[in-house]
Design a protein around this ligand. Sequence first.
Ligand code: ATP
Ligand code: MG
Length: 520
Amino acid sequence: MSEGAAKKEEKPRKFQAIRGTRDLLPPETALWNHVEQTAHQVFGTFGFGEIRLPIFEPTELFARAVGGETDIVSKEMYTFTDGPSSIPEKPDPHALGEYLRAADEEFGKGEIPNTSANRLAIDQLKAKFEEFRQASMKMPLGAFVVESEEAFDKYQKEWNEATVLASRISRGNVLTLRPEATASVCRAYIEHGMQQLPQPVKLYYMGPMFRRERPQKGRYRQFYQIGAEVLGGSDAPAIDAEVIEMVMTVFDRLELQGVQLDINSIGDKNCRPKYVELLRAELLKVKDKLGPDSQRRIETNPLRVLDSKLESEQGIIAKLPRIADHLCEECAAHYAAVKHQLEMRGVIYRENWRLVRGLDYYMRTTFEITAKGLGSQNAVCGGGRYDGLVELLGGPPTKGIGFAIGEDRLILSLQESGKGEVATGRDVYIAWMGERAHATAIRAAKDLRKAGFSVELPPVEQKFGKALGQADKLGAKYALILGDNEVSEGLWTLKTLADGSQAKYTEPDLLEYLHKQKAR
Ligand code: ATP
Ligand code: MG
């Protein structure tokens, strides 16, 4: 069988969404929109403005901000090299000249990174080629063959050196699909000189994030976050409390069920390191009784041991020293004031001394919000203060606090507790018959849509019986019946599909009636 014939017989491949990603479809997307609209509204009332960020950033941004030892950076990021297609991944030793020409050109255009390492490699490679050129000019015509073994060895050596130089050119930036957005917001704050604006700057975002985790209920590889950040100005405890109040307001508006806010303070660079050392020392004493994950974390990140869900470790963890008892004076005062500020706002919280977060940048106030119906993935929001982050990314010393809501889990929880219903479906299905009626139907659809009603206008004529059946299937509330009689009388028939009742209206009366019904 020829190759062509084999191709023809092959069944076309069925494509499926990549593991851990999913399509969000109507009618569920109406709930997503409702959640996002609620967030837009509530955040607006707290004076936050929306920031829209790139989906990918230099890998280094996340490595630096989130921290190299965290799960996110060490194993969950989607990273790739973004280089121009004219430059192959690896230089072909037999085509170095071509490689150099392309690299030089792309370097000039800024398509490959303008770094000093790249500049140096390209310059050295150019110099090498200039040597080759000079040498070959000295040779008698056609004598490139090999004059002597020594000359050949020398030539071979030089060429190898050129290959090494070529491989030093990094053809592109190493990029990562964002696993979270706080780092990007801080990057943008610095890049746009936002410290010049009135402080603090209050920003929010929403959109997809990417982490290569094991997919399960409430855990995806592409998931969605709605988050907000307050950058600059002071670290007044009222800011922490107001940010928490804001996210609780969103959950309240959405009638999210079983909401519980946990808070903690994890200290700052004065007191945390001392506590971490104490914790490490205590953990070493009980090392044998801990599981392998926690044993490893004694070295890498002892705070994370507190996060352990392992049944066998709970008794041990309960006896460990608590950070609240080891906060420095400033951190203790800050924490007490945050709690007081929450109380003034009527925000109910639970202190959870074991609450630590998986990202390096957090300090002082940390919080997590859980909700009903989510099993073990029950955190719908995580947040905290990160005063050193902007500076760590090369900006001025800047206070910061923020949170990220897991929108997928929020939606799941709303659905599980029966709060996920959002009215969809058509308001009016227009059943028309006849040419004149069609013209009237088109005009009626336009007017009704302008008034904000969702209208289905069938593209071809159907018998009224069939049309009403369709209207039912689509869940329309009303059918507007337009036949020749209705058009010539100027009286339109409106059928209420729930109870089958019908009545006749003039055009303006009909609009008024529908408006009244909608307002009820
Ligand atoms: P978890 O402990 O559940 O993995 P996290 O500490 O990694 O959460 P953050 O990085 O603080 O989470 O992100 C904030 C919120 O984003 C989480 O509370 C959760 O609701 C949501 N989230 C995080 N990772 C995922 C994911 N893979 N799929 C769906 N939602 C997620
Ligand atoms: Mg996680």
